[in-house]
Write a protein that binds this ligand. Structure first.
Ligand code: CA
Length: 235
């Protein structure tokens, strides 16, 4: 057989194919729809320092997407050798949330609303799957994004097992009444990409943060863009 008969589809061909089947796009929130990661990094580092936990800004980006309480329990175990329960981790996470709330309001990502509008016009449902439990940001999505509705929203409190496990995205598919082959996930974080891939969705990564593209490729992303404008133009 000739080599060209065997060639793998390019990422762009795979995207076109995924779009051909797509009935739903599930968006992550932080770092995808809202440019909130710089504030999250500040709040995490300040808060964990106050509890005697070492966490760098880079750690924040590497653990992004996981449920906050899971990240806290893991760091406390690793650094202090203590097993803490979910309630204690939640109190610490509440401190982080409080600090986040004091920072200036993050902007909506350029092209986020335009992209959702374009997908809506193509007959594609819009869902949100976030590891966040920060209600003010979630409420902002509901208020400022015309295509975001509460019935197609999965937050940290809807699932027991967070990203990188597939559960949040599977919950999103259930809410949108679609199967994995009909779903495209848009993520910015390695753990989030892993969750989308594990759930069986075509997973687009937008590298809006400081990590190298290789972190998202290794997590299994089907295609990588710099930002949502590039996604908008590719669709
Ligand atoms: Ca994210």
């Amino acid at each position: 057989m000739m080599a060209e008969d065997n060639k793998e589809p390019t990422a762009n061909e795979s995207l076109k194919s995924a779009l051909g089947h797509a009935k739903c796009v599930l968006f992550d929130m932080d770092g995808v729809l809202i440019d909130s990661m710089p504030n999250h990094a500040i709040a995490w580092v300040q808060s964990m320092t106050s509890f005697g936990i070492t966490m760098t800004a880079n750690d924040v980006y590497l653990t992004e997407g996981a449920r906050g309480v899971d990240t806290i329990r893991k760091m406390v175990k690793e650094q202090q050798g203590r097993d803490i329960d979910e309630a204690e981790a939640q109190k610490m996470y509440d401190d982080k949330t409080h600090r986040f709330g004091l920072l200036p309001k993050p902007r909506i990502m350029p092209y986020a609303i335009e992209l959702q509008e374009k997908l809506h016009c193509m007959g594609i449902k819009i869902g949100i799957v976030t590891g966040s439990g920060q209600r003010p940001l979630i409420n902002r999505l509901l208020k400022e994004f015309p295509r975001v509705t509460e019935d197609k929203l999965v937050t940290a409190y809807d699932v027991k097992n967070g990203k990188p496990l597939p559960d949040p995205y599977l919950a999103g598919m259930k809410k949108c009444n679609v199967c994995p082959s009909e779903t495209i996930v848009i993520e910015n974080a390695p753990l989030g990409v892993m969750a989308g891939v594990a759930a069986g969705a075509f997973t687009i990564a937008v590298n809006t943060g400081p990590l190298p593209d290789s972190a998202l490729i290794e997590a299994g992303a089907d295609i990588i863009f710099k930002n949502l404008k590039e996604v908008y133009e590719a669709i």
